[in-house]
Design a protein around this ligand. Structure first.
Ligand code: HEM
Length: 521
């Protein structure tokens, strides 16, 4: 029998198309859900506290970030995953996990996350501290090692460090010959650290000698201070794209303004250096000079921006880190006069009172290094190191870590972990007397490829300052009560209240100090 097929109406056709679409969409949704379940089952993610939509775990941060992370890690473990807005974060709080980060995963984790500060202060991440792991980073690291941090260069700049430390000693001696006088330490130590780095980067003759230079230099110091303040505030726009879009808190505008100001100063410095180089009686301009020589052979690669970003990086990474460590160390010594006396006895025994202590005495006075290590253990200037970011998926402690996650290593918490250190909250420099290598339980300078290249320089500066302060002065607290040791806000974990102390030139050192007052102008 023949059955005539009636042609389909338009409505019928559309219904079928709809049905087909619904079928395909359902199939895709099922596949997606299935993949999600499989992914969750197969991926082993680090434990995480409950989070909120959009902000993730940002609401938990109501105090110093290293303290909040330490508290969370005590509940969720030494490898913990968090979300800062839309950004995945992994927090490491054990020496073994830190070791895995900086050995097995060192290359993968050698990248840095892209943050607003990297864009504005590091000239689109072309400076050593924020550059992605790659050829430019390798070249910059090599140049800086060669020009600034190698043993030869450290020796070469020994005079610069000595001059600046002697100026500090002279400054403190002026009012303290007749008796104890109260001195504010922070601004003095900061000024000294800044001058050391600035003199290494540019030539002393270029900086702070003429009146207009002094004015310019003090303006620039203020800009650097402001940059520290802004960099210390974690920027919500780094974690929640919408907030960045509306520039919540106006931080991006402030960064841009500071960038412009510091850029003007550093460009000026470079121009002066360029003109001096082209002049017949050109004098070597140290780090800037080395960078400009490279620029001459590869102008497209070593642009002015690359040079400026790296100068700013050195100033930011190299000044406050050392000066806050010195301020913490002096505070600890004021609270532990027995440690101070022991260090002084060592100095008197090996150096005596007829000359000032010098960097070359360092190997004979290891107890001062123990004081520095113990200070860095309790108060590491970068408590969370500098954030790392894996360039590909990896595993840490058996947990899967996705590419692009921000990895924070809580060195501050590792240094204070009672499972790792005996009596961790006490100040005991002696604990560093016997052990030569503390491994991954003591990491104030980080580890692996991106560890601090300036640790040798920092140690020398801090050592010479402390040894000189101990040798030349008697020290007292301003009142009966102990010096407060709470940390304040800022990128480098400064003391919340600037240190004031009472100091008096030591009788035994009076001849040497008198000489110094005459010599150092
Ligand atoms: C007490 C003093 C200092 C401390 C505690 C310190 C600590 C650190 C830490 C923890 C890092 C990051 C390591 C990581 O990524 O895991 C770092 C990186 C860096 N530091 Fe230091 N630092 C100090 C002094 C200095 C000085 C004096 C300079 C140079 C003048 C300097 C220059 C740098 C640079 C350029 C980087 C970036 C390295 C890179 O990303 O490859 N630091 N520092």
């Amino acid at each position: 029998m023949y059955i005539e097929r009636t042609p389909k109406s338009n409505t019928q056709n559309m219904d079928e198309t709809h049905l087909f679409l619904i079928y395909v969409l359902s199939l895709f949704s099922l596949i997606y859900l299935f993949k999600l379940v499989i992914h969750k089952k197969t991926k082993s993610l680090a434990p995480s506290p409950p989070s909120l939509p959009i902000i993730g775990h940002l609401h938990l941060f109501n105090g110093p970030i290293h303290r909040v992370l330490q508290h969370l890690a005590s509940k969720y473990g030494p490898i913990m995953s968090l979300r800062f807005g839309s950004r995945r974060v992994l927090v490491i709080t054990s020496p073994s996990a830190a070791q895995e980060c900086f050995t097995t995963n060192d290359i993968t984790l050698a990248n840095r996350p892209l943050l607003l500060s990297g864009k504005y202060l590091n000239y689109n991440c072309t400076a050593l501290g924020s550059a992605p792991y790659g050829q430019l980073w390798r070249d910059l690291r090599r140049i800086m090692t060669l020009e600034l941090f190698s043993t030869t260069r450290l020796k070469h700049y020994m005079g610069v460090r000595q001059d600046e430390v002697r100026s500090l000693i002279k400054d403190l001696s002026k009012d303290s010959f007749k008796g104890f006088s109260t001195v504010e330490m922070r601004s003095r130590i900061r000024g000294m650290s800044f001058n050391i780095i600035m003199n290494i980067i540019a030539d002393k003759g270029f900086y702070g000698t003429k009146v207009e230079d002094v004015k310019e230099a003090s303006e620039f110091k203020k800009v650097i201070r402001d940059i520290f303040e802004v960099s210390g505030t974690s920027n919500p726009g780094d974690f929640i794209p919408l907030l960045r879009w509306i520039d919540y808190q106006g931080l991006e505008k402030r960064l841009l303004k500071l960038h412009k100001k510091s850029d003007r100063f550093i460009q000026n410095l470079i121009e002066k250096c360029k003109s001096k180089r082209s002049g017949s009686k050109g004098k070597a301009m140290k780090f800037i000079d080395a960078m400009l020589s490279l620029q001459e052979s590869e102008p497209e690669y070593y642009t002015d921006d690359v040079i400026k970003g790296n100068i700013l990086t050195l100033l930011l990474a190299g000044t406050d880190t050392s000066s806050v460590t010195i301020e913490w160390a002096v505070s600890l010594l004021l609270n532990h006069p027995n440690v101070l006396e022991k260090a002084r006895a060592h100095i008197d025994e090996y150096v005596g009172n007829e000359r000032l202590v010098e960097e070359t005495d360092l190997p004979n006075l290891p107890y001062i290094q123990c004081i520095i290590n113990e200070t860095l253990r309790l108060f590491p200037a970068t408590p969370l190191l500098v954030p790392h970011e894996p360039s590909e998926d990896c595993t840490i402690g058996g947990f899967d870590v996705a590419r692009g996650t921000m990895v924070l290593v809580n060195a501050w918490a590792i240094h204070r972990d009672p499972m790792v250190w005996d009596d961790p909250l006490s100040f005991k420099p002696e604990r560093f007397e016997k052990v030569i290598n503390e491994g991954y339980r003591f990491i104030p300078f980080g580890m692996g490829r991106r560890q601090c290249p300036g640790s040798g320089l920092a140690n020398r500066v801090i050592w010479l300052v402390l040894a000189s302060l101990i040798q030349c002065f008697e020290w007292e607290r301003v009142g009966e009560e102990l010096v407060g040791l709470s940390e304040g806000k800022g990128l480098t974990m400064p003391k919340d209240v600037p240190l004031k102390a009472r100091c008096k030139a030591r009788q035994e050192m009076s001849d040497v100090l008198m000489n110094l007052l005459e010599l150092v102008s």
